[in-house]
Each structure stands twice: as C-alpha cells, then as structure tokens.
Design a protein around this ligand. Structure first.
Ligand code: AMP
Length: 507
C-alpha cells in the first residue's frame, strides 16, 4: 500500500440522510431513535466503503461522529450472521474493536449497544482495572462484537478465555494514541492472532508516519478518508494563552471558574500527582473539583466521570490519558494548567470542548519556560494561539492568604503518559497466570451505570457540509478526501465536499 497516491473527488456534495446510506433497517431504527438524521462528514465518508467490505483509514477530529462512523457499518456487516440462538457457539467474536483507554472502550461499547439494540447481535467490553471474572462470563456467553483495551485482551488470550479465530472485522480506534502509549508490541501480538482474511478499519485523530507504517503492515489497499486538516484544532474552539507564573495558575483557575460561573471545566495537568494536588487545592478554594488519572482505581475514575457528566462538578482535573476520548456534552472550556509537552496532546485536549459542533474555549497557562511548547503547538496546528494578560483581581490576594499547597511543583517525570498499568504479566512469557493487579480487585462493573448516552439535539454543525477553514496557504487548507489505493476512483458525489488536495504528512 502506498499512502501517497490520492484520488481526490471534486463533485459538489449532495446532502444524504441515514435512510439513503442503505443501513440495515434495525440499525436505522436505532439511529433515528438517537435523534440523528444526517451523517456527519466522517460518517458519510466511511459508511459506504466499510459497508462494502473495504479496509478504511479514517482521520477525523474528535467530536466529529467518528464512533458511529465505524460502529454502524460494522454492525451492518455483521447482520447476515445475526441470530437469536441461545447457544454461545452461535455468537462467536466476529468484530474486535481495540481502544487505548478503558473510558473510551466503555464509550464505544455504549454506542455499539445503542445501535444494536434492535438486533440479536451481542456485544461485550473488556478492560483492565476491574475484576476479570465477569468479563470471562460475558465472553463465555458469546458476543459478536468485542471492545477491548489491548492489555486486558492479551490477558484473556493468555488465559484462553477468548476465541478470536472467527474475527472478520478489526477496528483500531485512536490508533495514534495506542502507538503513543507503547501498545505496538501488544497490537502486533493481537493482530497476528487474528485470521489473515479480515476487514481492518483504522481510526485516528492524526495520521503520523507510524500510523501509516501500521496500516502498511496490516491493511489491504485501504480507502483513506480525511475530513479535517491533519492535526487541526477545531474551528469552533477559541484559543487563548495567559502568561502566569506557577503560583498564579491556581488562582487563575479559581478566578475563571468563579467569575464566569463555569461548570464542567476540564483542567489538564501533566502529572498524576499534580492532578490530585490541584483538585484538593481547588476544593480548599471553594471550587468543586475531582481529579482523574491513571493511578486511580477504575471505580474512582468512573465515579469522578459520573459526577462530572451529571454536571455536579465545576472542575475535573485530568491527565491526558484519563481524559482521552471522553465525550462529555457541554464542556464550555478546557484549561491547560500545564502545557502538554507533545503538541498533538494539545489538539486532543482541546477537542474535549466544542463537541458536536458547539462552541468551546481552550485556555492555556504558560510560564516563560513553557512558551516553547506553545511554539510547537502553533507549528503543528499552523495557527497562532493569541496571548493575553489575565487580571486576577482579588483572587491573587486571596490566594496568598489561602493554603500554601504547591500544586505547580509536581515532578514532571511522574506523568500519566499511558494506561499500560492495566496490563498483566504477559510479557513475562508465562501463560494462564492472571495478573494479580487485575484479579485482586473486586469491582464488578455495571456497564450501563453512569454512561447513559445523552441524546443531544442535532446541532446545525452536522447539517452543514464541511467547510474548509480560511487559511493563508493552499498547503494548510483544511482537506478532506477519499482515496482508493487500488487506483479506482471512489466517485461519490455526496462526498465531494470532503475532498481536496493531499495535505503534507506533519507528524
Ligand atoms: P464522536 O466523535 O464519535 O465522539 O461523537 C461526537 C458526538 O457527536 C457524540 O456526542 C455523538 O453523539 C454526536 N453525533 C455522532 N453522530 C452524529 C450525527 N450523525 N448527528 C448528530 N450528532 C452526532
């Protein structure tokens, strides 16, 4: 496969409805019930080739409807095998969806359940940090769709509690993040255990060279769909950066939240310890806050998310990993308490606000030493981040009087860079020995609790065709394209708006 030969399609788009996609009626019923009428650009781009059985590489910003873009056609592909038999043998794993984090796995699972509710297809989710026992039972009962994080899936494979010999569809969701988290060896092991004849879908917010290498190794002539500028920040999210010294950062969070009466703000910190300390300090300052990071138990993480999603909290202080892939409607702004050291993380972070076309705000704090990260971000996104001065007013004074907890002084080497702690001992070469960390925990999870999908009104954003951003050069124009590496032109007039010139690889 080469990923350099692209066949752009330039026809004028025709708006399509879900009815026109040819989705199985049982799936259509569930989609319509959800309130969606028009596929988003990534959905319009992915549905036809996935439904036709082709491999697809999809690049889309978070919040663009990426999950339904692969779950709907995947379920459609499985419909011929759907049956109501009680026998587990009639429900082998046919589709495997791998995600980098537990939270994302759970969200994808909820989507699969929602869209498959009028079908006899069964689904299950397995991830680390919770008791493996109930997962074994779910697997034993049979499920056509399995959503998993790589670590826990390998545990099941080692314990022979999952059979992947009939997988005909593989989805790698947030593939860029899985690679960032060092999951490549795990992915290799999992993919090698799957039947070679299968359909593979790869979704990623960004397409770096490593992703292309992964695709080259495991995919067959993928159709490439890109509906947003690579590494772009959403146009509906305004950005601003305030120069603040470490001690003023906390006062600035309090000031912003209180002066504007904000709720459901995500504050990003680079370290687990910094995250915990900041949440405690904010509580002392009268801001309701909870922290979420990879060292917290799964039960605590889910509890924190529940109270955040329900709107009880003013602030969720999070590390990158914990917040990855979160889809919480109505987050008015995200605050980068620390600037991320990797510019791509900035794109993912600010993608937590401005979901589903709503407007959002991304506020970053930076010290003079941190400005270099801001330059990296501007280079990646090809967009300036305006600098401004934040007047802290009374907050600066009250901060001096209040608790002296030093939240800014956390060590940066304790960063919550990945979720790999969930994995067991599979690299030790032993088999059939469950991870102690997994099995000592007794937290039977209740998948539906706290993750009731919010039915959101259709945002006008989704009804409008994709409009490229106004940019200063052709090379930075927002691009969207569908390319078929076979050389066949994937002509679909309805997708014309998604298409354009090929962007430069930029990671
Ligand atoms: P995702 O990018 O998959 O995380 O989805 C972002 C948000 O868009 C989610 O809250 C979805 O419920 C919503 N969404 C997905 N597809 C559609 C659609 N076709 N119409 C309206 N909303 C959608």
């Amino acid at each position: 496969m080469t990923t350099d030969s692209h066949t752009p399609i330039n026809e004028t788009p025709e708006p399509i409805s879900f009815e026109q996609t040819g989705l199985h009626p049982s799936l259509l019923k569930a989609v319509i019930e959800t309130g969606y009428t028009t596929p988003t650009p990534i959905q319009a781009g992915a549905l036809p080739p996935v439904m036709a059985g082709q491999d697809v590489m999809g690049a889309a910003q978070t919040g663009t409807g990426k999950t339904a873009a692969f779950t709907l056609p995947l379920l459609h592909r499985l419909m011929p095998a759907a049956n109501s038999s009680a026998s587990p043998a009639r429900h082998p794993v046919r589709a495997l969806i791998l995600t980098p984090t537990r939270e994302l796995a759970d969200q994808v699972y909820e989507s699969v359940r929602r869209y498959s509710k009028y079908t006899p297809l069964r689904s299950a989710v397995v991830f680390g940090g919770v008791d493996i026992g109930p997962q074994k039972i779910a697997l034993r009962n049979g499920c056509e769709v399995l959503i998993a994080t790589p670590g826990r899936l390998l545990d099941h494979m080692e314990q022979k509690t999952v059979n992947l010999s009939q997988v005909s569809l593989l989805v790698l969701d947030e593939a860029d993040r899985m690679l960032d988290m060092g999951f490549l060896p795990d992915l290799d092991r999992i993919i090698r255990a799957l039947p070679a004849t299968r359909q593979t879908l790869l979704f990623s917010a960004t397409f770096g060279n490593d992703i292309r290498k992964l695709a080259l190794t495991y995919m067959r002539q993928p159709v490439e769909i890109e509906v947003a500028k690579r590494n772009a920040t959403a146009e509906n999210v305004s950005q601003i950066a305030y120069l603040l010294d470490g001690a003023d950062k906390r006062a600035a969070v309090v000031h912003l939240v209180k002066s504007r009466g904000l709720k459901q703000v995500i504050v990003f910190s680079n370290t687990k310890i910094g995250t915990s300390r900041l949440a405690l300090a904010l509580e002392k300052d009268g801001v309701s806050a909870v922290s979420i990071h990879g060292d917290k138990s799964q039960a605590d993480r889910m509890k924190a998310l529940e109270s955040f999603k329900s709107g009880e909290l003013e602030v969720l202080v999070a590390t990158d990993v914990a917040a990855r892939g979160l889809d919480v409607a109505g987050v008015p702004c995200v605050i980068n308490y620390d600037l991320p050291h990797t510019a791509e993380d900035y794109v993912h972070r600010i993608g937590r606000t401005g979901r589903a076309g709503a407007s959002g705000e991304a506020i970053s704090f930076y010290s003079p030493e941190e400005e270099k990260y801001l330059f990296d971000i501007e280079k990646l996104t090809r967009k300036p981040v305006p600098r401004a001065k934040l007047d802290l007013g009374d907050q600066a004074t009250s901060r001096k009087r209040s608790s002296s907890t030093n939240v800014a002084g956390a060590r940066s080497d304790s960063g919550d860079r990945n979720d790999r702690g969930e994995r067991g001992n599979r690299n030790s070469g032993q088999t059939a020995r469950p991870s102690a960390r997994h099995d000592v925990k007794r937290e039977p999870r209740s998948p539906s609790r706290g993750y009731t999908p919010t039915v959101k009104p259709i945002d006008e954003f989704f009804l409008k065709p994709y409009v490229p951003a106004t940019t200063t050069s052709a090379s930075s124009a927002v691009e969207a394209r569908v390319t078929q590496k076979t050389g066949l032109t994937a002509k679909r007039p309805a997708l014309g708006v998604l298409l354009g010139a090929k962007p430069k690889a930029s990671i």
